[in-house]
Design a protein around this ligand. Sequence first.
Ligand code: Y12
Ligand code: CO
Length: 178
Amino acid sequence: MVLNIVEYPDKRLRQKSKEVSSFDEDLHLFLDDMYDTMIDQSGIGLAAIQVDNPIRALIINLPDEEGNQDKEQLLEMINPVIVEKEGEVFYQEGCLSVPTFYEDVKRFEKIKVNYQDRHGNTKTMEADELLAIAIQHEMDHLEGILFIDKLSYARRKKFEKEYKKFQRERKNKLSKSA
Ligand code: Y12
Ligand code: CO
């Protein structure tokens, strides 16, 4: 089932997500709904809070060289914790909760993450390149942090102006087509 995406500036995105303690059927069905939602919206990563469920769960499904998202490569991370980090890299990030906007954000280049899978099994993963960036972006959501919070004051002000214009234009378009 495809769920509604919560969009900035909705305050619900600012909640700190809670630890997951039940790795039951409800969690599995919810993770499946998150996947349906991410794919439906052409996303490559999604945190539970983005579909209005403040639990520490995220999914990532990066495209391969041909641009295809293989479900076999789907990564589900529950209660993730970064235990090692190194280097620095800039990447132009986007987010389904901040539609149409992409901004350069500084991230750690390489990370090591401890997390649990959907069955509660403990895992460790080392990540670099796009995967490291995606994990850090999604883990920020668990703390109520958005990539736009990491912009300079001037860039953020510009973003706020452009985002308001985008919201206005989308509302006008929708009211004309109704
Ligand atoms: C690197 C940086 C950030 C992430 C986090 C996951 N981000 C996304 O999945 C962003 C998806 C996205 C999709 C959009 O829709 C289309 O491209 C059709 C989009 O554009 C619009 O909303 C019009 C914006 C963002 C992972 C890795
Ligand atoms: Co996001």
